[in-house]
Design a protein. Structure first.
Length: 511
């Protein structure tokens, strides 16, 4: 792959049909790992109508267990983000998958409402793999394709939520029920969770031994050689929380990924109780919501990258705003459907809008604070589960399923207008703002740090649209072995006037 040395050898292209190390191996490893995590996380969802009957649960107790499954992920996502900055994505992904397989194995031992809640709470830890997934691809791919890369791995990983609906509800459970246990419902649902647990632990082990953390090698080895710049502290974490852009994206991600998690938990039950479908048919229909991740989330990221070429950050913000607005509108339309065919059709369109909004949102995240990428990823990722938690309470205490859906739609529409307030330094806003070209490479921590440390009274002169040429006064960065130099100059000082060259912009100050 072509790489950009000015962005720490991140790849400037994506070739999905290759598994070559390090870039494409990392991309495929991250989505496969996240897919396995989602598969285990929501393996119980299509079987909830059966578990409800077997354990004698009420509808509110089922929703309470759904809330437990997403609430634990909030804290874990906040913790895992900074841990990625300390130990690297490969180790964190393997650890999360192997740990998450343990409560999945034990799920079949529950005998009460309390046991179900405890099991689903600990299984929810596995949802933190999303933060690692997005961190990993943000480390591997340059800004011209990072939106697409993040959206592809996020979308294909989320696809596990759709596959598990069909695989567990319409394939594995009937197989265990009729072939292995001769119609014994209790034994069938209790033993079927061995399948997702085993898949998860195997993939966790393979991830550790067969993938790379960064474009330049193992994370901890580079850190030991002081070849990797990492800044992690409690101060950085709280700075991330104080960053208004992080807070806004936290809320908005809660209104797209939070909606998806809510539907993953509720879709099968909805088709059983509201539209009178049997368990197997309901699971098959509900799986279509998750299956849209195959293309829908990637569409959001690709559209964001496309408009970014001509409109910069404003293009990314436009895509995100429109996707969230369309998502809210489709929720309201879905809530009005009484016919099965119309409900399925509108649910599919609704799903596409939800997942495109997720891809568009995480196309913005790498720009917020590249020096603390793990922290920002963790906080925004936790927003998705916080949204699912709050929507879970909406459905728990709402009058009925349809009125809760409508309220969720209005909340999503409101969240779309928060895009107007996102303001990333050096980039255009949805309305207004000033673009500064050195910020077009936010994944280069060196460049972004130089921008943050620029003289306070510096003046931005004409943006250079082509790479700066080398001279004795502005020495070039030595490219990594076997890689092409990008042509940009590093931070240099001359005599009077003082010139600071960062990426493709000249900042000039009289001294």
């Amino acid at each position: 792959l072509d790489v950009d040395p000015e962005q720490d050898d991140r790849a400037t292209e994506i070739k999905l049909r290759t598994y070559a190390r390090p870039h494409m191996r990392a991309l495929h490893a991250s989505w496969i790992a996240f897919f396995a995590a989602f598969f285990a996380w929501f393996a119980v969802a299509p079987l909830l109508p059966i578990i409800k009957t077997e354990l004698g649960l009420t509808k509110k107790e089922v929703w309470a267990s759904n809330i437990c499954s997403v609430s634990s992920t909030i804290v874990m996502r906040l913790i895992v983000g900074p841990l990625c900055d300390l130990y690297g994505p490969k180790r964190m992904m393997a650890l999360i998958l192997i740990f998450g397989s343990i409560p999945t194995y034990l799920l079949g031992t529950v005998t009460s409402f309390e046991g179900l809640c405890i099991s689903r709470f600990f299984i929810g830890f596995i949802g933190a793999s999303f933060v690692v997934c997005q961190y990993w691809t943000s480390q591997m791919f340059a800004t011209n394709v990072v939106g697409s890369a993040n959206a592809i791995v996020g979308g294909w990983g989320n696809l596990g939520g759709g596959v598990t609906q069909m695989f567990m509800g319409a394939a594995m459970y009937p197989l265990f029920l009729h072939v292995f246990f001769n119609g014994n419902v209790d034994m069938a649902w209790r033993t079927v969770f061995i399948v997702p647990a085993t898949i998860t632990v195997v993939i966790g082990i393979l991830i550790y031994f067969l993938s790379d953390d960064t474009p330049r090698g193992d994370f901890l080895e580079l850190k030991a050689k002081s070849e990797l710049y990492i800044r992690v502290s409690f101060k950085d974490f709280f700075l991330g929380l104080k960053n208004m852009n992080t807070v806004l994206l936290f809320v908005q991600y809660g209104c797209c990924f939070g909606v998806e998690l809510t539907m993953n938990n509720a879709a099968a039950t909805y088709f059983v109780e509201e539209l009178n479908q049997d368990h197997v048919r309901a699971a098959s229909i509900a799986s279509s919501f998750g299956f849209m991740n195959l293309v829908a989330r990637a569409i959001g990221g690709i559209l964001s990258d496309y408009l970014n070429k001509d409109l910069g950050m404003r293009g990314r913000l436009i895509v995100q705003w429109l996707c969230l607005l369309a998502e809210g509108a489709m929720i309201l339309i879905f809530a009005q459907q009484k016919d099965l065919g119309a409900a399925v059709t509108t649910m599919i369109v609704f799903s596409i809008c939800v997942q495109a909004a997720e891809g568009a949102t995480f196309s913005i995240v790498p720009y917020v604070d590249p020096l603390n990428l793990g922290v920002v990823n963790g906080i925004v990722g936790a927003g998705g589960n916080m949204g699912a938690l709050l929507f879970g309470f909406v459905f728990l205490y709402g009058d009925n399923f349809l009125s809760s859906l409508r309220l969720m739609g209005y909340i999503v529409i409101f969240s779309s207008y928060l895009t107007y307030f996102i303001s990333i330094p050096g980039h255009l806003k949805l309305l207004g703002g000033v673009e500064m070209k050195e910020c077009q490479a936010p994944n280069s921590r060196k460049n972004f740090e130089a921008y943050l440390n620029r003289p306070r009274n510096s003046k931005y002169i004409t943006p250079r649209m082509s790479p700066l040429k080398s001279s004795s006064k502005t020495p070039m960065l030595a490219p990594s072995p076997g890689r092409k130099a990008s042509g940009s100059s590093p931070l240099t000082r001359n005599k009077t006037p003082l010139k600071i060259v960062v990426a493709s912009l000249t900042i000039e100050e009289k001294v």
